[in-house]
Design a protein around this ligand. Structure first.
Ligand code: GDP
Length: 326
């Protein structure tokens, strides 16, 4: 991830750090390289334009041009703007301590008493069901009681897949918590005929979660190949019926700008709270990671870094910016 972008940033900024004095001309020249590097990394055009504009404005400020070590100042400006782009404004405002990822607030604020209801949404193949399993593992390790609800009734296989995942997490993942699956497989036959089969499953799952004093209820909902009115209607119905505390959208990093555009469409229809960016391990360019926050206004909460159940990490803007700048 970010390999090429990182190299390009480094060479653009290294040139500046050799200068004892920065001129408007050499700042502009370096920014041209930064701009090209971001575009080649498949970062959204508007995001590139506003990022470069902000960095350039700051860099051309008096303080930087007259600084003793202007190159270092420039790196700091780029770093802070990258952190902002990745959604870390709060960390920047809170200062050094909050920049330490171990001090960062949890990606999902839990409600007490539970259950904290997390609704997962996403297009088919984005990694939504896998991410449900990974989230269950994440919370089992943290001692939580988790219930996965199989509300993707569109694909009969999805119900089975979620059940298998729940068993796998329960049996194979170490942790003080527990994971179970709530499913009504007979509802798959109703899907598309009876309105609201998925809503019923989610409502029943919520009732079960309350009865069993579950901490986290994760709803796996249906996807489609493309964003369409039918899908959005169903998801809005589910959200309206169970009022989730968090609606997370799962997007595939490898699909780059398509992922960002679908995130925008989901957010307009569903008001998501955050994004899980999957296949982060296979995306070499990083365009979706760098664009999604500004385009949708929503933060990346987790990244999927592989197919295994433990391949899910909380997303830390400061750490990622540090990685890009080497
Ligand atoms: P869904 O249709 O959105 O529920 O997608 P699935 O959960 O079935 O996942 C689709 C494919 O993506 C599967 O082969 C998963 O193993 C794979 N996958 C999911 N998340 C990741 C990830 O973070 N990294 C990698 N490399 N593969 C992933």
């Amino acid at each position: 991830m970010f390999g090429q972008l990182s190299e390009r940033f480094e060479s653009a900024l290294r040139r500046l750090s050799g200068e004892s004095h920065l001129s408007e001309a050499n700042v502009r020249e370096a920014m041209e390289d930064v701009r090209t590097a971001l575009l080649e990394a498949d970062v959204h055009y508007d995001v590139v334009a506003s990022f470069c504009e902000r960095v350039q404005q700051e860099a051309l400020g008096e303080a930087v041009l007259k600084a003793v070590k202007p190159g270092e100042q420039m790196i700091k400006i780029v770093n802070d703007e990258l952190v902002r782009l990745l959604g870390g404004d709060e960390a920047l405002e809170a200062g050094e301590e909050a920049v330490d990822p171990s001090q960062a607030p949890p990606p999902i604020m839990e409600v007490v008493p539970g259950p904290t209801v997390v609704m997962m949404s996403g297009l088919q193949g984005s990694g939504k069901t896998t991410t449900c399993g990974k989230l269950a593992a994440y919370y089992k390790k943290r001692g939580k009681k988790v219930l996965l609800a199989a509300a993707d009734l569109q694909r009969p296989a999805a119900v089975t897949q979620l059940r298998v995942l729940a068993d796998q997490v329960q049996n194979d993942v170490e942790g003080a918590g527990s994971v179970a699956c709530y499913a009504e497989p007979e509802k798959v036959a109703e899907y598309g005929k009876a309105v609201g089969a998925a809503v019923t499953v989610c409502k029943n799952a919520l009732a079960r979660a309350k009865r069993d004093e579950v901490d986290i209820l994760i709803l796996d909902t249906a996807g489609r190949l493309h964003v369409n009115a039918e899908l959005m209607g169903e998801l809005r119905q589910v959200a309206g019926a169970v009022t989730p505390h968090q609606i997370l959208l799962v997007i595939d990093a490898m699909t780059g700008q398509d992922a960002v555009n679908s995130a925008k469409a989901f957010d307009e229809q569903l008001e998501i709270d955050g994004v899980v960016l999957t296949k982060y391990d296979s995306d070499t360019r990083g365009g979706a990671a760098l664009s999604v926050r500004q385009v949708t206004g929503r933060p990346i909460k987790f990244v999927g870094v592989g197919e295994k159940l433990d391949a899910l990490e909380a997303f830390h803007p400061t750490r990622v910016a540090g990685r890009i700048l080497g």
